[in-house]
Write a new protein. Sequence first.
Length: 297
Amino acid sequence: MLPRLSSGVRSSTTVFKRNVSLKNIVYGSPEAKQAGEVELQQHSKIVARQKYLHSFEFHKVKPDASEEYKRAAANIFSAFSSTVPFCLIASTSIRSLIVFSTELNREKYYTGIKSDSDLNVKLTGSWETIVGENDTFVHITEYENHGGFDRSSRLIRNSDHIKAYNDMLPFLTSRSTQINQEFAFFPSSPPRSQGGIFELRSYQLKPGKLLEWESTWRIGIEARRKLIAPVGAWFSRVGRLHQVHHLWQYPDFETRGETREKAWQVDGWSDTVHKTSQLAKHMDSTILVPLPFSPLK
C-alpha cells in the first residue's frame, strides 16, 4: 500500500503538473517544436521557387516630407534601378546627391555601384501607397537566394554606405523589412511598363496552413488567368511569418472592380475564395502607384 501524500505535497505536485502542462501547451514540447520546424521547412521546399529571395521594404514617411523623400529616392534610383537594391542605394550620401555637389563625384559613384560585381541584386519595383497606409512606400528587391543576400548585406555593413544611410532617416517615421520567397506556381514578372495601378493583397495565415493555401491557389490561379494574372506571389520566410502577398496590376480602379466581379463567373474561383478565406486570420488590400524609376510600372 502506497503512503498517503500530505496536502502540501499533493498541492506541489498539482502545481508542478499544471506548470508542465501549461508550458507544453504554450511553447510545445521539444519533440513538438522540432516536428513543427521540420514541417515548416518541408512546406517551404514544396511551395517555393528556390532560386531567389525577395526583400520587401516598407518605409513610413513623414507626411510633410513625402515629396522630399521621393526626390531623394528618384535621384538615386533612376540611373541604375535595374541593378542596385534600395537598401544599398539609400545608404549613399543622399544630401550630396540632392544638391548635386559635383557632377564628377556623382558620375564616379554611379560608375562604382554599377561595376560592383558582388551585388547581384535587382530592383523589382518601388511604389507609393494611395489607398491603405498612406505616406508608405514599398520597395521590392531581388537577391540570388540566401548567399546573394548575405554578400550584399556584408558589403553594406563593411563600407561607408551604412554611415550615409542615416541621412535618409529624418524623412521616416518607421521602416520594416520582410524576406519572402516566390511561390513555385507563379514567378514574379520581369520589368514592364503597362501603366495603371497595383494592388498588394496581404494575407495573414493561420500557422500550419501554408501548404493548404498553396494547393488551393494553384488551382484557383488558373481561373483568374482567364481574366488577369498576378504580377507576383510570395510567402514570408523572415520578418512577419505566416504571411502571403499577391501583387496585381490593373489599368485603373474601375477595371479592377470589373475584373473582380467577372471572376465570380469563372468556374473554380468561388471555391478558391471560400477555401482560402478559412485559412487566413485577416487580410489587407493596398492600392499602389509606381514611382517613376520602378522597373514594374
